[in-house]
Design a protein around this ligand. Structure first.
Ligand code: FAD
Length: 644
């Protein structure tokens, strides 16, 4: 798809350039007086939290932002493979795939040794993330991703819309109510910022609050949570431009190091014409901010032109620009509980995204860490609010996501050193140059982390079964379920198994059959399915609400090594009758495609098979032998609440 030929236009890229208009300013409606979940901030973290909550008609959610309306320009633009997988869980990956620039290659440019005032291409290499996911790293305006999330919220059962022009002022937690799940212990205060209502104060009571209000988070400050780490010492100018150039790699992500003028990183953008430039700026003195550096967009262009010599940059339009710099800082905790308390204490307030971790823009991690933060928290909060899971589940958000944030801060420190060519404010002796070979090595080493696909949560009661990892070596416990294609038995259609794991709060069981006959009632496979269908200890029996469909809480799929089965041969539980007419669901049974055997691809034990338990956020929670009924039951008994 091509767009922005005659100038950058924000908005819905499905609407042609000629008629695309920015969103109208949203109407202002009073905030509700009380809700279940109050979200502050409509960045990627806040919108993902809201998008997840909007899946549930019985959860009352309110999301607010001090901005007058949705984001239109700039900020992050890299959409990692994992982020697109998450968008698939919200049924929105198609637009992302269709509209983004797909990043396949990187080039590295350096001073030409025979004429050092010129740059020359050192090498062009395939992007290190290729093949880590069925999706490719994409580049698109952050605002467009926001729109996909917001549209999903509006079209959901909750019909949720953000409230703009509300500035968060403060919050109080009534500690006498904080361990009472039915209570609304949070009182948050907001100030209207629109001209009609300017200064008007509103209060909202909530059962939970999630601060997704960015690097200077007021929610974080109200909770007394501190950010620890280094303050920024390096500024980068960032601009999205439309230009003509004779630089041959303008449609490839490029790291460009000049001899005397610093460095530029270019990232081609969606639509075929737009390019993002990150231009290295001066060091920032202690106690100063990036915004204290006095430059204009013309200064950024002039600097880039010097770096690109002998190539020319004829800039026609600057769609957005900013000076951007953030130090590597991490919150000491991600919820309101004291650091040393047990998971028996229920957290009622959370921080997510930039509110609890900040870092430089170079790795493109801001959006791609913030969005999965709340994808981790959302399903847990829904399960607790709906009385399906014990509230202790909420404490795992902080443990799991703080680990990721810590890795992020360390990776960003390393990358920042590699990409800094000038002395830093703190170390005037450092005269390092960008070593493009080191950046390349870093990218290869960290490719899984950069793509978000190797993020792995600590072993815990929701990431367990490591003793059985050998039964499916390609589904790493703690990591996201690495999708693989299977063939649907009923109609021969190819289906990515990972795409069955939607963001609907349900758990998934993938039963990979061993080599016994699955129709034989004495086989381990048949016995396992029969246990799930009927045994009082079965998690699907115990945790499914009375009268609900058999897959309403735990959704079970079967995968076979053979293709000669037909649905009526199989246990009823694998093609359950559902909905008001009791219609049969034929889409739960698969076999391995003969030409691309998924048992081989994911290291599944052909003889024994196994059950892979997948969390609502697509992470692998457990692997159990097909015969281990009690072990499977005990896993769920640890944190779920019986619905009988
Ligand atoms: C100016 C800027 C430029 C950036 N450039 C890049 C870039 O080039 N590359 C890159 O990878 N990343 C960039 N980022 C970072 C990236 O956008 C963030 O990492 C990502 O958006 C984090 O998402 P988030 O949801 O945690 O917070 P944010 O996206 O920051 O969203 C926070 C939201 O909270 C709202 N808010 C803040 N305070 C209040 C309050 N008191 N009351 C109500 N609402 C409030 C804000 O208006 C905002 O909408 C940039 C960020 C900024 C701010």
């Amino acid at each position: 798809m091509q767009y922005h030929l005659n100038g950058f236009k924000p908005g819905n890229y499905q609407v042609p350039d000629a008629v695309r208009k920015p969103y109208p300013t949203p109407l202002i409606e009073d905030l509700p007086s009380d809700v279940d979940v109050l979200i502050v901030g409509t960045g990627p973290a806040g919108l993902t939290m809201a998008r997840q909550m909007a899946e549930f008609a019985d959860i009352r959610t309110c999301i607010v932002d001090m901005a007058a309306g949705p984001l239109l320009f700039g900020r992050a633009d890299g959409i990692s493979c994992r982020t697109i997988e998450i968008m698939e869980a919200f049924n929105s990956s198609e637009m992302v795939v269709k509209e983004t620039y797909q990043l396949k290659q990187n080039t590295f440019w350096e001073p030409d040794p025979s004429n050092p005032s010129h740059i020359r291409r050192k090498e062009k290499i395939a992007d290190a993330r290729a093949g880590l996911s069925e999706f490719t790293h994409g580049i698109v305006n952050q605002a467009r991703l926001h729109e996909l999330l917001t549209t999903g919220m509006e079209n959901s059962v909750a019909n949720l819309r953000p409230h703009y022009s509300r500035e968060f002022i403060d919050l109080e937690i009534d500690e006498s109510l904080s361990q009472d799940m039915g209570a609304h212990p949070i009182t948050a205060t907001f100030k209207r910022t629109d001209s009609a209502g300017e200064g008007k104060i509103e209060t909202v009571k909530a059962r939970f609050i999630v601060g997704c209000d960015g690097g200077r988070s007021g929610v974080r400050k109200s909770l007394g949570i501190t950010l620890e780490g280094d303050s920024a010492n390096k500024a980068w100018g960032v601009m999205d431009i439309l230009l003509n150039t004779d630089f041959p790699d303008i449609r490839v992500k490029s790291f460009i190091q000049s001899k005397d003028h610093g460095a530029v990183m270019t990232i081609p953008r969606e639509g075929g014409y737009l390019i993002r430039f990150y231009v290295e700026m001066d060091s920032i003195k202690k106690d100063k901010r990036a915004t204290d550096i006095k430059v204009t967009e013309q200064d950024l262009i002039a600097k880039a032109q010097q770096i690109f010599h002998p190539y020319t940059l004829d800039v026609k339009e600057v769609a957005w620009w900013s000076i951007y710099s953030v130090g590597q800082r991490l919150a000491d905790r991600f919820d309101n509980r004291p650091s040393d308390c047990t998971d028996k204490v229920i957290p009622r307030a959370f921080v997510a995204g930039d509110a609890c971790h900040t870092h430089s823009p170079k790795g493109g991690w801001g959006l791609n860490t913030s969005l999965p933060d709340t994808f981790n928290l959302g399903w847990k909060m829904a399960a607790v609010l709906q009385g399906r899971s014990h509230p202790k589940l909420l404490a795992t958000y902080s443990t799991e996501r703080r680990k990721v944030a810590n890795q992020l801060i360390n990776a960003d420190r390393e990358l920042s050193k590699l990409v800094a060519t000038r002395p830093t404010a703190d170390d005037a002796s450092e005269q390092a140059r960008i070593d493009t070979a080191e950046i390349e090595a870093f990218m290869k080493r960290q490719s899984g982390f950069v793509a978000g696909t190797s993020i792995e949560y600590f072993p815990s009661y929701i990431c367990t079964g490591q003793d059985h990892q050998h039964l499916a070596t390609g589904f790493k416990i703690g990591q996201r379920f690495h999708s693989v294609e299977a063939t649907r038995l009923c109609d021969g259609r190819s289906q990515h198994l990972g795409h069955l794991v939607k963001a609907d709060g349900r758990w998934r069981l993938f039963i990979f059959a061993g080599n016994e006959d699955p129709i034989d009632q004495s086989s381990a496979f048949y016995q396992c399915v029969d246990f799930l269908a009927h045994a009082p200890a079965s998690p699907t029996v115990k945790y499914t609400a009375k009268g609900a469909d058999a897959d309403a809480c735990i959704d079970t799929y079967a995968v076979f090594q053979r293709q000669d089965l037909s649905m009526p041969d199989l246990h009823n539980f694998l093609w359950p009758a559902k909905g008001k007419y009791g219609l049969r669901d034929y889409e739960k049974v698969f076999h391995t495609p003969p030409e691309n055997d998924l048992y081989d691809l994911r290291g599944i034990d052909r003889k024994q098979g196994c059950i892979v338990v997948v969390r609502p956020d697509q992470h692998v929670a457990n692997i159990v032998p097909v015969k281990a009924h009690q072990e499977l039951a005990a896993f769920f008994d640890n944190f779920m609440i019986a619905q009988s």
